[in-house]
Ligand binder design. Structure first.
Ligand code: LAG
Ligand code: CA
Length: 475
């Protein structure tokens, strides 16, 4: 199964452009974003201080902070949070004070905070209800926030739902799975949304992941962004399937876009094809506008991507993501789920429990040794180009980054033994951060000596890797 022919058109799209220099768009000198999916505010705050800051993560992408519906009858599914009821900052993850404290803690740990902003729609419930913070609502009525005239009623398909993704009008003016679709072209609606985002900015937030971006005309997002009180980093959820009229490129004037094909392509290459195909990995979108990821909360539920369930293969794929100079890497941090709808570990009231890594179903992929150590590699090689590429025409690849880093990925079914590798690194002793942690000048794993010609000798086990970089030199 592993050696399927190179046929898929998405790979062709993925290989159009050679990777450019790493000029990621998020502000600051650290660009890696970690997505702490569904983590509550005290846990995010603690993780910023204990781990994300010290490990050189640039930003944390947190789940929606606004008041949402409550579906205890369905076991409080995770997707409650994508059905806003008001813009009160009060959710299953904590109230306004807890949110503000989290932002302060992350900022003082040097980690920027990016909020998942659900602004295309409100809830999708057909019957009246009460939201998390006590706000009453009905399908097109959110007292004090929105009333019927603020919503689209597209008049199609009987129930106003989107059916035809090849019809631009329908995708942007009808309802995404029954979610009441806001008239983002209307000035009062834009002002209301901007008011919410400005409230978050006033609490110190640095930017936004724009949920369901493709369901709003790009110009509407631009008009809302123009109302922000200060500059904010924006990355947009722009899913795309071949042939659709709405393309991610349209959204570049507003900020960055998420490249979904990247995760599908990398999964296909690691699962069925050859790592040597990674030589020109990327997409037709400019590197400094692309946010890339192996998986996110949507794709890991039912799409052909690599996830924490793939174990070592997932770690190796993320090692490549972090070593390769295309796009801004976003790392996923998940909770285990048996069914698609299953929410995060919660108490009897539906409040999300503290995230405790590696227990209670919190998978904490961002803390896996390979992945977390490769954040250090990513930061060490920032701004350098790929060089010294070598592959065996199959599943063994190696490349350098400037004179700062070198990666060997062996996804062959057998070990490579006694081989010499030529790196662009200056002579010295380097910690292999795939197998060892580097701190205080010491390495807890194997150390390799690079000679004056850049060579070192090593064995690499099957489905394994070696990563050396300038900020992990021993002695
Ligand atoms: C997104 N990005 O653009 C989120 O990443 C994605 O997770 C959101 O859908 C979607 N846009 C809307 O914000 C999620 C679930 C849906 C869920 C929806 C609203 O994937 O399954 O729909 O959030 O909660 C659910 C039910 C639907 C129902 C709808 C309205 O699954 O069957 O029609 O609620 O009641
Ligand atoms: Ca819309």
């Amino acid at each position: 199964m592993r050696k399927l022919a190179l046929a898929a058109s998405s790979l062709l799209a993925a290989t159009l452009l050679a990777p450019a220099t790493a000029t990621a768009a998020p502000p600051g000198d650290k660009d890696v974003i970690v997505r702490l999916f569904q983590w509550n505010w005290p846990s995010v705050a603690k993780e910023c201080k204990d781990f994300l800051g010290p490990r050189g993560v640039g930003g944390v992408h947190v789940s929606p902070p606004q008041e949402h519906i409550v579906r205890k009858d369905l076991g409080s599914p995770w997707w409650q949070d994508y059905q806003p009821v008001s813009y009160k900052i009060d959710s299953r993850r904590g109230d306004r004070a807890a949110f503000a404290a989290m932002v302060t803690a992350c900022k003082s740990a040097g980690v920027k905070v990016y909020v998942d902003a659900v602004i295309n729609h409100m809830a999708g419930q057909d019957v009246p209800g009460t939201g998390w913070a006590g706000s009453r609502y009905d399908h097109y009525s959110y007292p004090g926030v929105y009333a019927d005239q603020d919503f689209h009623h597209c008049g199609r398909n009987g129930n106003d739902d989107i059916k035809n993704y090849f019809d631009r009008f329908e995708v942007q003016n009808c309802e995404l799975v029954n979610l009441a679709d806001l008239k983002t072209e209307s000035e009062p609606v834009r002002n209301r949304i901007a008011g919410y985002l400005n409230d978050l900015l006033s609490l110190g937030v640095d930017g936004f992941r724009i949920d369901a971006a493709k369901h709003m005309p790009s110009a509407d997002i631009g008009a809302i962004k123009a109302k922000l009180s200060r500059p904010a980093y924006v990355f947009q959820e722009t899913t795309f399937a071949a042939g659709e009229p709405i393309v991610p490129d349209e959204y570049l004037p507003n900020g960055d876009v998420k490249v979904f094909a990247y995760g599908y392509d990398i999964a296909r290459i690691f699962n069925h094809e050859k790592l040597s195909y990674l030589r020109t990995f990327g997409s037709s979108l400019p590197s400094n506008k692309a946010v890339v990821f192996t998986d996110n909360h949507d794709t890991q539920r039912g799409h052909p991507v690599l996830t924490h369930k793939d174990g070592g293969r997932y770690a190796l794929a993320n090692a490549f993501v972090l070593a390769w100079p295309y796009g801004t890497p976003q790392l996923m941090s998940s909770f285990e789920f048996g069914t698609t709808d299953q929410g995060p570990p919660s108490d009897a009231d539906g409040r999300t429990k503290n995230a405790t890594c590696f227990t209670d179903g919190w998978r904490c992929e961002h803390r896996w040794q390979v992945i977390s150590n490769m954040i250090g590699f990513h930061n060490a090689v920032r701004g350098t180009n790929v060089n010294s590429w070598w592959d065996n025409g199959n599943d063994l690849i190696t490349f350098g980054r400037g004179d700062k880093g070198y990666l060997v990925l062996n996804d062959e079914g057998s070990a490579v033994t006694g081989r010499s590798f030529r790196t662009p690194l200056p002579a010295g002793r380097y910690c292999d951060v795939i197998h060892g942690d580097f701190s205080g000048g010491k390495c807890s794993g194997p150390v390799y000596t690079v000679d004056g010609g850049g060579w070192f000798r090593a064995d690499v086990a099957a489905h394994d890797a070696i990563a050396l970089h300038a900020n992990a030199r021993v002695g």
